[in-house]
Write a protein that binds this ligand. Structure first.
Ligand SMILES: Cc1ncc(C[n+]2csc(CCOP(=O)(O)OP(=O)(O)O)c2C)c(N)n1
Length: 531
């Protein structure tokens, strides 16, 4: 007789979800018992790490990932990166154990008190099945919910006594669409508005990369002879950054962003919120006289935009339709901006010099995962992303994502057979939030290279305090941390790197290694301005 457990593993097989990221506890053991040989359990030492690895894996493989957390405390530990998965629009099925139904009324140890409330509001759906027999079908509903636009995480609380119960007949397999096309009439209005604009500018966001539509994004830019900006603080790269139309990443503050768009009468935003701001710098949302058109597959994103007219659609389908609809422009095409002068090589290296060295030795099909807050501008200035799906960071602002996400990306590169090299750049503060991810990478023998710019401080918080005139904040310095010893303790190769040549050699050795490599790079302690 098939049990609920058997039936659930069968559903997971049907969905192609045979990798489970997790950290086990007693409430999960009845699910994990006799773990099937065709499944892979990716053991994380902390739930934050499990969630971010699953997120990186899902994004790089293009399919949802399953992460299994311990009841309330484990879900709590995973919460920071669940917030990130929500903002990243990553389809994740998060399952967590729950105490035995027989005892729930008296709230035994490890009972999750209000399990479907705990992960709110950062899941699209949270459910504890009314009957054990509903778990397999709930898994199907969870999948359908996670992948439909806007994609995102879902949560199931699963009581530990459910797994041995006899199963109902298996639920019927079914599929759902993951894209929807624009309303033709509204699209026509957008085509007319773009065709009639004098000097349009394109602002592309992570939805362009998620929908695999770089070619359509390039085609529209060329057809309109329009410059292209990346939306501010994007979690993915959105356009070939060596293309002559590319202007850079917009600043993440109201006034400065509008200033960067000055002179344009039409701003088309595709696949991004309008806009993702960080420090409050007042001003108009748009330059005077400009109109904004917004294309997104997220009704909430459309609703909360402070300006503009929106069209709901898969970004790729809308871009393709616009390319077909707008007439080619007779404006001169934008020309490539001048390259910045090469940075000076000092001791210690400046962030710019370190990233210029990284760029000089960058593997052709390399994937960059980034969590280096104050050095982000230098990184994006020096290292241009030129291929789709090869740059990942967190959309949320929550630290502790990048390091484990890089490991999830690297595992996906191995599992899909694509094998692209993965390099993470993780600040010496950010490094410690989910540092135990290094152990998983070492166990999996993943050749991830983690470059750690060591400035011994939370530099971006110093810059923020400066901008906001809040002197005297404690806790912004990080003396006495031995990144090398910590990396070695988790089983990584490690070497302090001080020059561009050393970085190049260590990078290529690390990418050929049979384990992760951590490269602390002492850098200048100058605090870059936040804008
Ligand atoms: C989970 C979480 N806790 C705290 C913060 C606040 N915070 C933002 S940036 C930052 C410091 C990052 O330091 P580091 O990685 O060394 O980068 P740097 O700013 O020095 O470049 C902190 C603590 C955060 N964003 N997320």
């Amino acid at each position: 007789m098939a049990t609920v457990r058997d039936a659930t593993y069968d559903v997971l097989r049907t969905l192609g979800m045979t990798t489970v990221f997790g950290n086990p506890g007693s409430t999960e053991e009845p699910f994990l018992q006799d773990f099937p040989a065709d499944f892979h359990y990716v053991h994380a030492l902390h739930e934050a790490t499990a969630v971010a690895m699953a997120d990186g894996y899902a994004q790089a493989s293009g399919v949802p990932a399953h992460v299994n957390l311990h009841t309330a405390p484990g879900t709590g530990n995973g919460m920071g990166n669940l917030v990130t998965a929500w903002h990243n629009k990553t389809p994740l099925i998060v399952t967590a154990g729950q105490q035995t139904r027989e005892m729930l009324l008296l709230e035994p140890r490890l009972a999750s008190r209000r399990p479907t409330e705990l992960p709110q509001p950062y899941v699209k759906w949270a459910y504890e099945p009314a009957r054990a027999q509903d778990i397999p079908a709930a898994m199907l509903r969870a999948y359908a919910t996670a992948v439909q636009p806007p994609a995102g995480p879902v949560f199931l609380s699963l009581p530990m006594d459910d797994w041995a119960q006899p199963a109902d007949p298996p639920p019927a397999p079914r599929t759902v669409a993951t894209r929807f096309a624009p309303d033709p009439q509204r699209l026509e209005e957008f085509v007319r508005a773009l065709a009639g604009s004098r000097n349009p500018v394109l602002v592309y966001g992570p939805g362009v990369d998620r929908s695999g539509s770089w070619p359509a994004a390039v085609a529209l830019a060329e057809r309109l002879a329009a410059p292209v900006w990346s939306a501010p603080a994007t979690e993915r790269a959105v356009f070939p950054e060596d293309h002559p139309h590319f202007r850079g990443v917009l600043p993440y503050a109201i006034g400065p962003l509008a200033e960067a768009l000055r002179g344009h009468d039409m701003v088309l935003v595709v696949g991004a919120p309008v806009f993702r701001y960080y420090p409050y710098v007042p001003g108009g949302h748009l330059p005077d006289g400009a109109r904004l058109l917004h294309i997104t597959d997220d009704p909430d994103e459309a609703a909360r935009a402070p300006v503009g007219d929106s069209l709901l659609s898969d970004p790729g389908l809308a871009l393709t339709a616009l390319v077909e609809g707008v007439p080619p422009s007779d404006r001169p095409a934008p020309t490539r901006p001048d390259a910045p002068p090469p940075p000076e090589i000092g001791t210690p290296l400046s962030a710019d010099a370190m990233f210029a060295a990284l760029a000089a030795h960058w593997p052709t099909d390399g994937v960059l995962v980034q969590e280096s807050p104050s050095n982000l501008s230098a990184l994006r200035r020096q290292l241009r992303i030129t291929r789709p799906a090869s740059y990942f960071t967190m959309a949320s602002g929550g630290l502790g994502y990048g390091l484990p996400a890089a490991i999830g990306v690297a595992l996906a590169e191995r599992d899909t057979g694509r094998g692209r090299p993965v390099v993470a750049v993780i600040g010496d503060g950010s490094f410690h939030y989910s540092v135990q991810a290094l152990w998983t990478a070492a166990r999996l023998a993943l050749p991830v290279v983690v470059v750690v710019p060591v400035n011994q401080q939370y530099a971006i918080l110093k810059a923020f305090a400066e901008l906001k005139h809040t002197p005297g904040v404690p806790g912004l310095d990080l003396p006495g941390l031995d990144v090398t010893a910590i990396a070695a303790g988790y089983g990584c190769a490690t070497q302090v790197v001080e020059t561009p040549d050393q970085l190049g050699a260590a990078l290529s050795a690390g990418l050929r290694a049979d384990r992760p490599t951590v490269l602390p790079v002492p850098i200048s302690t100058d605090v870059p301005s936040i804008l």
